[in-house]
Design a protein around this ligand. Structure first.
Ligand code: HEC
Ligand code: HEC
Length: 222
């Protein structure tokens, strides 16, 4: 190898190291969150798109406040302790590996920073037009006209969720598997709304409509 080539290599590697350090230095919390997310990839995937085989939903790009709240709920047993909550009971021990509120905040920031991506739909048999009427009458107030969520109403973004997971959550809310714990003050807001979906067809209809929604430009730009 010539001297020039060696010098070039050295310069390139110093530059590369400097860049990596620069990224970590720029946002140490995000860097910590990225490391903590290593465990989560097993079920939620590198890109946070979820994996139905593990009952793990898409979480990429969910609102920071929502991710943080749910992780705290899992940690404190507000969510994921009901005996019928098989999926929640899988997630709870994972949340418990996060040792401090700082760790929760860091991994939540990392999850929220991932680009929100719409997972492919898996359900069929829903009537999106009927679902829209229902959505606009009931769900819009808290989840927003585009499903982008409304923090002031505690309603999370639901326009890039896994449809099979959303169906299960609505069933869980109806059955009191989620949202019935007296400490679940936000789940309690959702529970009576799930009750308004009287049967499986109504659930399929509203989710068929939610499936037509996508993350807005504002959500993508975050
Ligand atoms: C063993 C598999 C597994 C691992 C590992 C795992 N999760 Fe989960 N996670 C799940 C399952 C299953 C659910 C769905 C729970 C339910 O249906 O209520 C879930 C739900 C969630 C939710 C709630 C999503 C929502 O829309 O309300 C968040 C947030 C989450 N996980 C974040 C994480 C983070 C962060 C990590 C890493 C610290 C992690 N998960 C590791 C299986 C896992
Ligand atoms: C009064 C406000 C309100 C209305 C109206 C409402 N929701 Fe919700 N919804 C919430 C809140 C708050 C949560 C989060 C609960 C928590 O903190 O765990 C939620 C959670 C959800 C979830 C679970 C999201 C996740 O990632 O786990 C789905 C799905 C959902 N709502 C669908 C609907 C549908 C469909 C309707 C209309 C039938 C509706 N919601 C109406 C407040 C509302």
């Amino acid at each position: 190898m010539t001297t020039t080539k060696l010098v070039t290599l050295a310069v390139v590697s110093i530059f590369a190291t400097g860049m990596a350090a620069g990224v970590a230095g720029a946002d140490p919390q995000l860097e910590r969150g990225r490391k903590l997310y290593g465990l989560c990839t097993q079920c939620h995937g590198e890109q946070g798109l979820g994996d139905q085989r593990f009952l793990a939903p898409a979480i990429a790009g969910l609102e920071l406040w929502y991710v943080q709240r749910e992780l705290e709920y899992f940690r404190s047993g507000v969510r994921g302790t009901h005996f019928d909550d098989i999926a929640g009971m899988r997630m709870r021990p994972m949340a418990l590996t996060l040792r401090s509120q700082e760790d929760v905040a860091a991994v939540a920031a990392y999850v929220a920073s991932m680009p929100p991506t719409k997972p492919p739909s898996t359900l069929s048999g829903g009537n999106a037009a009927k679902g829209q009427v229902f959505y606009d009458q009931v769900c819009k107030t808290c989840h927003g006209p585009d499903g982008a969520g409304i923090q002031a109403q505690n309603g999370p973004d639901i326009n890039h969720g896994s449809d099979w997971y959303q169906k299960k959550q609505i069933e869980n809310f109806k059955a009191g598997v989620r949202g019935a714990n007296p400490k679940d003050v936000t789940g309690m807001l959702m529970r009576p709304m799930a009750m308004t979906l009287v049967d499986e067809q109504a659930i399929l209809d509203v989710i068929a409509y939610i499936n037509t929604l996508s993350p807005t430009a504002a959500q993508q730009a975050k």
